[in-house]
Design a protein around this ligand. Structure first.
Ligand SMILES: Cc1cc2nc3c(=O)[nH]c(=O)nc-3n(C[C@H](O)[C@H](O)[C@H](O)COP(=O)(O)OP(=O)(O)OC[C@H]3O[C@@H](n4cnc5c(N)ncnc54)[C@H](O)[C@@H]3O)c2cc1C
Length: 287
């Protein structure tokens, strides 16, 4: 289908984009990042904004910065740039591991880190990573910048804590330091498909046991979910070949989730997958 008619503007600075957004208050205006989620919605006429603000030419919204206690990933950094960033690979490898599993190379060259977070698709791979790593989102609002912890950012299906007129500038990814291992386990039909269920795991190892773990689940509800019940059971689990204690610890991984029913599975199937994939993710992260 052909999208409904819309105005198109392409600012070159964040301030210009913010001004256009402010002037358009009340009108249905959308930011256009990589277009990989928004353009299909337009073509299907599931969205028909009066205007699109293309932020693709704003240089200050691109890039990765290595700061003393965090890595800053700017919103318009493409998935491909994130995967290839040496800073991301070294300082926050979970982001690189998960982003490498987003869609296919064509989508990764256009789609952006910030677009994935702002779109907040529960089947998207990066929101769960944001939760597992306790990222902080940096947002430009009418009164200046404000910060939103990942735990408060994803509000509902395709809905975030971003207010109308706000622009996601980027995210701070805390550096977790030595001893941590990471893995993103994704169960999908084909190599480039969306997750039926995904698991982001960060595990701290200490003298042959797990001393701390963080687990977040993709597509187990309308928003990504932290598997706190399983996390609480991880400290003290030995990292051995048998892993009987690990299996026992992660058996509660799906507790508190509300997975969807769709063509790819019912909630009980997804809960089963969440447990199996959590065991795999933690095991991989711990070695
Ligand atoms: C075939 C296909 C397969 C895919 N498979 C996967 C997959 O397996 N895993 C996965 O995680 N994703 C997948 N995606 C989605 C992809 O990751 C997109 O990149 C992502 O969902 C949206 O990013 P974008 O830059 O294209 O944003 P856009 O589509 O341009 O925008 C999405 C939404 O976010 C808003 N927005 C964008 N940037 C900002 C900002 N800076 N501030 C405020 N609001 C903003 C827009 O207004 C819009 O509402 C797939 C997409 C396609 C087309």
């Amino acid at each position: 289908m052909i999208p409904a008619t819309f105005e198109y503007v392409r600012p070159t600075t964040v301030e210009e984009a913010a001004q256009i957004l402010r002037n358009a208050a009340g009108d249905d205006v959308k930011l256009l990042a990589g277009g990989q989620s928004l353009l299909p919605l337009l073509r299907l006429r599931l969205a028909y904004p009066a205007a699109l603000i293309d932020i693709g030419r704003i240089d200050e919204l691109r890039g990765v910065r290595d700061e003393p206690d965090h890595v800053y990933i700017a919103a318009m950094t493409t998935h491909d740039e994130v995967v290839k960033s040496a800073v991301v690979q070294e300082q926050c490898p979970l982001v690189a591991l998960a982003t490498a599993q987003v869609a296919d190379p064509a989508v990764r060259h256009r789609g952006t880190f910030g677009g994935s977070m702002a779109h907040a698709d529960p089947a998207g791979d990066l929101p769960a990573v944001a939760l597992a790593l306790d990222m902080t989102f940096v947002v430009l609002s009418a009164d200046g910048t404000r910060e939103i912890p990942a735990a408060e950012f994803f509000v509902d299906y395709l809905e975030t804590a971003l207010e109308p007129g706000e622009i996601l500038l980027g995210a701070k990814v805390p550096k977790l330091g030595p001893g941590w291992g990471f893995h993103y386990e994704k169960f999908h039909r084909t190599a480039q498909a969306w997750a039926i269920v995904g698991v982001a795991a960060a595990v701290k190892r200490d003298n042959g046991t797990i001393s701390e773990g963080r687990i977040a689940l993709t597509n187990m509800g309308t928003v990504p979910v932290r598997a706190f019940a399983a996390e609480r059971r991880l400290p003290g689990v030995p990292i051995t070949n048998g892993y009987g204690e690990l299996r026992e610890a992660v058996s509660v991984a799906a507790e508190g989730t509300d997975p969807p029913t769709d063509l790819h599975g019912r909630p009980d199937y997804r809960r089963h997958l969440a447990v199996v994939l959590t065991e795999r993710a933690v095991r991989q992260a711990a070695v």
